[in-house]
Ligand binder design. Structure first.
Ligand SMILES: Cc1cc2nc3c(=O)[nH]c(=O)nc-3n(C[C@H](O)[C@H](O)[C@H](O)COP(=O)(O)O)c2cc1C
Length: 367
């Protein structure tokens, strides 16, 4: 059997990836005051034993009001830094998988209840809620409190907070930062004309709407060690007429690349309640392919990638360099093992698990 591309190594700046399988960021809504708990050690710890190439820590807020919910992880003070350091120490004892953190600000979609309690917005007057901030005072939907439009001081505060969190991430040994520019959160809100109605140099043309996300990229790049990767996750289309579309996202990808972004992770949607997403296997891969044809930086595809042969086809055809998994790997945390068995690849497994290798797959575990 020819060597599957999915199990060939790759590098994003300094980050050496054993294969092409990335674990996508996934909020767990299990933090206390921004601090990771034992849940994160259990959850991230088991994913760090999965044989994937890179573990991405969930959307991690750069300021308390940038959390989606009151139970989100933050990296904005000494306590939240210490809690993440403790989790990392636990994982690092037993896994050498590179670890990225997704730095985020939820913008106008912040201050909500956790999904399993309904996920609706919590009023600023509630102890678990706060006043949200965004590019413009345009609510996500009529049930949301309109956000406060960020003024110049606010923009500086948020930009500085991204940089400060990146410094904290560097200090505790995080290998890469992914800036969250997707899913209708703050930076995506700047990019989309539906949520950004500013009349200053941060609104209007794509160049203006891209200005703040690019400033955040520059601030994070300056704050994070130059030998470690800084990447961005984008929603390449809003799936709404009049919203951000793939042609503007291709342009934005070129701008990111020109500013030294090390990779782009191509997701979509989340900005507008009337989005019409054509859900189906690999539904976002055409977006990744369009961006890949316009830039040299590595491109990551994500979204309903569930089958090993499907993942192999994406990287083998060059639609993307890497694939990311969220629900797929939550459902089956040994998906990389099973994919390697099916495709004839090899994965790294912990010594403690070596004896579980089925005889028909005796070359599955790399030594
Ligand atoms: C439980 C859960 C939590 C998620 N949290 C985040 C997050 O923190 N940041 C983010 O950018 N996307 C988040 N997502 C979206 C995933 O990263 C991914 O883009 C999406 O689920 C599509 O991939 P999949 O079909 O493999 O699940 C989350 C998805 C799930 C299921």
């Amino acid at each position: 059997m020819p060597q599957p591309v999915l199990f060939t190594p790759f590098a994003v700046r300094n980050v050496e990836l054993a294969n092409r399988i990335v674990i996508a960021p996934m909020c767990q809504y299990s933090a206390v005051d921004g601090c990771m708990t034992d849940w994160h050690l259990i959850h991230l710890g088991q994913l760090a034993l999965s044989g994937a190439a890179l573990l991405t820590i969930e959307a991690t807020a750069v300021v308390p009001e940038g959390r989606i919910t009151y139970a989100d992880v933050g990296l904005y003070d000494d306590a939240s830094e210490a809690a993440m350091a403790r989790t990392l120490d636990g994982i690092r004892k037993w896994s050498d998988m590179p670890i990225a953190v997704q730095l985020a600000h939820a913008g106008r979609k912040a201050s909500t209840e956790v999904p399993w309690k309904g996920g609706s917005q919590i009023a600023p007057t509630d102890p678990n809620g706060w006043q949200t901030e965004a590019p413009s005072a345009v609510a996500f939907n009529p049930n949301y409190v309109p956000p406060t439009a960020l003024d110049r001081d606010g923009l500086k505060r948020v930009r500085d907070a991204f940089a400060a969190s990146a410094r904290r991430a560097a200090k505790i040994g995080i290998d890469a930062v992914q800036i969250h520019g997707a899913h209708g959160y703050l930076l995506h809100e700047f990019l989309s004309p539906l949520s950004n109605q500013r009349t200053d140099e941060y609104g209007g043309s794509l160049k203006n709407r891209a200005r703040f996300p690019l400033e955040v990229l520059e601030a994070v790049r300056d704050a994070f060690p130059s030998d470690r990767a800084v990447t961005m996750r984008v929603s390449a289309t809003d799936w709404v007429a009049g919203g951000l579309d793939i042609s503007e996202s291709v342009e934005f990808a070129r701008m990111l690349e020109a500013k030294g972004c090390d990779a782009i992770h191509v997701s979509s949607g989340g900005l507008h309640p009337s989005q019409a997403i054509p859900l189906g296997p690999s539904y976002q891969v055409p977006l990744a392919r369009a961006i890949k044809s316009a830039v040299k930086m590595p491109v990551i595809a994500v979204g309903l990638i569930t089958e090993p042969t499907q993942a192999e086809a994406i990287v083998a055809t060059g639609d993307a360099d890497l694939i990311a998994l969220a629900r797929t790997i939550l459902y089956d945390p040994r998906w990389p093992w099973h994919a390697a068995a099916e495709l004839g690849g090899q994965v790294k497994a912990a010594n403690q698990y070596l004896r579980c290798q089925p005889t028909q797959f005796k070359s599955l575990f790399a030594q």
